[in-house]
Design a protein around this ligand. Structure first.
Ligand code: AP5
Ligand code: ZN
Length: 216
């Protein structure tokens, strides 16, 4: 399966992607996770990216396209990929198509997780993440088995530095201005499907599976 997950911050991209990985044995390519790993390693790219991410802006198309290019051609994508957080602009979407055409592996589906902005504040401010794996939890909606600890590794969960109301406002602005136009781009290509992401995670998953043509 070769697909893109589109949705505003907190829509559930990172929550649903592991389900897709498990079902289709595809790779989860989350550009936000990749950037946070650069930040954690203290690389030059990470230092530059952190300033932009904490303000809710977008890292340049050049950097992002280079980052995703090597991933897409790597072995882990041989059974497909779930893109999460990429593409985020029309130029990124066009360059992605070009890369995939060169490999003769066009995108099969772009699933939009649709949800109103007002519902996202509580999701974002209550989120806890396991930095090493990118797994995310929620203090009330999806609590870990042991408070503050990752279910799989038992390691500490943390709050992302951009998960506050102020940065969220800017991230939503970036989403509506720069990312939402890619929805029409995929509609015109005939590979778009929309899912109501305000439902509980199991229902959202059921709808994703349905629009991919499977039974939950
Ligand atoms: P990124 O990491 O991609 O952040 P984002 O797009 O803002 O998305 P989130 O990770 O916040 O949301 P999500 O949809 O994954 O939500 P989740 O499933 O965790 O990017 C971060 C930054 O990196 C960007 O701002 C940008 O600066 C930069 N960047 C990344 N890619 C880039 C690119 N291509 N170009 C340029 N810049 C780029 O869920 C959220 C919470 O809600 C969790 O606590 C979860 O448990 C809970 N939850 C999930 N589903 C439900 C549900 N159905 N009901 C109740 N609660 C739920
Ligand atoms: Zn995410």
């Amino acid at each position: 399966l070769r697909m893109v997950l589109i949705g505003p911050p907190g829509a559930g991209k990172g929550t649903q992607a592991p389900n897709l990985v498990e079902k289709f044995h595809a790779a989860h390519l989350a550009t936000g996770d990749m950037l946070r790993s650069q930040v954690a390693q203290g690389t030059e790219l990470g230092k530059e990216a952190k300033k932009i991410m904490d303000k809710g802006g977008l890292v340049s198309d050049d950097i992002m396209v280079n980052m995703i290019k090597s991933e897409l051609s790597s072995d882990k994508c041989k059974r497909g990929f779930i893109l999460d957080g990429f593409p985020r602009t029309i130029p990124q979407a066009k360059l992605l198509d070009k890369m995939l055409e060169e490999q003769d592996k066009p995108l099969q589906k772009a699933v939009e997780l649709k949800i109103d902005d007002e519902l996202l504040v509580s999701r974002i401010t209550g989120r806890l993440v396991h930095p090493a794996s990118g797994r995310s939890y929620h203090k009330s909606f999806n609590p870990p088995k042991v408070e503050g600890k990752d279910d799989v590794t038992g390691e500490d969960l943390v709050q992302r530095s951009d998960d506050n109301a102020e940065a969220l406002k800017k991230r939503l602005g970036s989403y509506h201005d720069q990312t939402e136009p890619i929805v029409n781009y995929y509609k015109e290509k005939g590979i778009w499907a929309g899912v109501d992401a305000s439902q509980n995670p199991a229902k959202v998953w059921g709808d994703i599976i349905k629009c991919l043509g499977f039974n939950a």
